[in-house]
Design a binder for this molecule. Structure first.
Ligand SMILES: Nc1ncnc2c1ncn2[C@@H]1O[C@H](COP(=O)(O)OP(=O)(O)O)[C@@H](O)[C@H]1O
Ligand SMILES: [Mg+2]
Length: 270
């Protein structure tokens, strides 16, 4: 065996059923530091369930998950977060009675940093809000902010945890085009700075543009994985699972023409 370093995140043979539905059906994948792994697939493919399992929110029926070689599949969500695996939610549920910055401070207090003072947590939260360009809404009440702002808040909360692995569940859903561009650049920068990023996103063109590798899920199973170009060249996979529209709108454009707005399923969100 070669002396390779363990991937930041290693998912092996994960299975999860809900009644008769096999939401996740033997999925294995790995994400290395500095890499964006895009995870795509139609609605109901099991993407969110996989993120829920990795983050400890849902327990798998079978399979193993390791963070830098250390098993985490029996840990609670807060233990997983404290190790350095942070996530965002497809449907964000902020603490509505708190302000934007107070929600982000929660990340600083309970993440890998385990920040002790609220003053320090506030400073970290301010930095995270600036990263997602939401600093101007720091004192706003969460019940009064838009869906797009809620998504940015959730990403800031995850960043305030000082993650090493970042699981992003449709971070661009409900975010406007210009703001999406900001977040895309942020995600690319985070990977460049050494974070391992698992990106679930329905804006297929974005996934294809910024991912180092792409994994395609369908009915809970991984049906393809590889560099975007190779996976995209698998016409049958693309046509069957991402739709003919994808073929027309994405593959026939140059890669540097990327902009958000093309959805694999057309519903623009959850
Ligand atoms: N808590 C749950 N209880 C029952 N079924 C669930 C639950 N969560 C997800 N599912 C089912 O598991 C499948 C995968 O869902 P999900 O992981 O949300 O897919 P995706 O994120 O790819 O759209 C779907 O059939 C969904 O209805
Ligand atoms: Mg989902």
């Amino acid at each position: 065996m070669s002396a390779t370093v363990a991937p930041a995140l290693d998912v092996r043979g994960v299975v999860k059923g809900f009644g008769a539905v096999r939401a996740v059906d033997g999925v294995s994948l790995a994400v290395r530091s500095g890499e964006v792994l895009g995870v795509v697939g139609p609605n109901g493919a099991g993407k969110s369930t996989l993120v829920n399992i990795i983050s400890g929110l849902v327990k798998a029926d079978a399979g193993e998950i390791a963070y830098r070689g250390v098993p985490i599949h029996r840990l609670s969500p807060d233990e997983v977060a404290r190790l350095g695996v942070a996530r965002t939610f497809q449907i964000v549920k902020p603490l509505r009675d708190l302000s934007v910055i107070e929600n982000v401070m929660v990340g600083a207090l309970f993440g890998r940093r385990q920040c002790r003072s609220t003053r320090e947590a506030r400073r970290i939260a301010e930095e995270a809000l600036a990263q997602v360009q939401l600093g101007h809404r720091a004192e706003a009440e969460c019940r009064k902010i838009s869906t797009g702002e809620t998504k940015k808040l959730d990403l800031a909360r995850a960043l305030a945890m000082d993650p090493d692995v970042l699981l992003l569940d449709e971070p661009l859903a409900g975010v406007g085009a210009r703001e999406s561009q900001t977040l895309i650049e942020l995600i690319v920068g985070l990977a460049k700075s050494g974070k391992a990023i698992l990106l679930v996103e329905h804006v297929v063109r974005v996934v294809w543009t910024i991912s180092d590798r792409v994994a395609v899920l369908h009915h809970g199973a991984k049906i393809a994985e590889g560099p975007p170009k190779e996976v995209a060249a698998d016409d049958q996979v693309m046509a069957a699972y991402l739709g003919e529209r994808y073929i027309r709108e994405v593959l026939q454009r140059p890669a540097d023409d990327a902009e958000p707005g093309v959805s694999s399923d057309g519903d623009g969100g959850p």
